[in-house]
Design a binder for this molecule. Sequence first.
Ligand SMILES: [Mg+2]
Length: 335
Amino acid sequence: MKIKDIGEFGLIERIHAKAGRSSYPVVIGIGDDASVLDVGPRNQIVTTTDMLVEGVHFLRDSIEPFDLGFKSHAVNLSDIAAMGAAPAQSFLSFGLPPDMEVETIDTFMDGFMEVGEGVPLSGGDTVSSPHGWIISVTVIGTSPAGRVLRRDSGVPGETIWLCGPVGDSAAGLSILLGQTTKVDEQGAQFLIKSHNRPLPQVRMGRILLEAGISNCAIDVSDGLLQDLGHICKRSKLGAELELESIPLSSPIKELASANGLDPYRWALRGGEDYSLLFTVKPENEKKLLRVLEKEEIAAVPIGRTVPGKGVRVFRDGSEVETGPDGGFDHFRERP
Ligand SMILES: [Mg+2]
């Protein structure tokens, strides 16, 4: 059997089976946005790692080194945000072609440090790579002992909230790949920036945890349907989304209409927005609304958790067909 036959998630399941079950002091092992380690009575350590490979995650000619540095750190910070943890330190390892200009790395580092907002780079490794860039980032964060936002902590009867955009990144990518024709330069730049410099929702994640507003969150890296599907699967529940509640930016609407496309396709299936998806019990909604207003953070309710399984999508009250909830799966062959 080939890796491409089982896909990314099938591969992870096989590796997970070899890894065995997590045991103390590992509170959460494989299967969430980050792993959690119990280190004593006050705090726990939250760790995530991610790899970007030239030709798979980015094309060297279509992303500026600054943006690449920004994004490679942002995607890891986003996983820390999805746990409600505070990022404490980062590690960066490179596989680099020897003929690369050193100034390229200088600029990469500027982007990497900018999105970190003060998170120190504390180590890493550099090796020579004959086939393009490989970038591996690890971010370590902390959270109060025994407390973290988990994918498996959702319960039926909660409201599903979204903090950050969905679809803009995929729409930006479609412009970069020449799959769509842009309407105006400003709108195109907005969408492309959403793709190249996604903003991790670190502050929202920390507030949700610290104020006890939510127990369950995931960051939208593979697409809204697929990532909500991860929560449903791990929490053993179903979800209902109201399409008209999902906010769309003006540029994505304009691009979709000019190209005869449905912008909700990007919003539901497009990946790499790094927004935060979380569930809130009815009794915590007021507290959430107060916090959002005070902290000036935009988040919106887009649906609810229900008994059962799978994600159902409704448009003006009637269910729409979404097919298998496919976001981005590495290794699977694209149709
Ligand atoms: Mg994640």
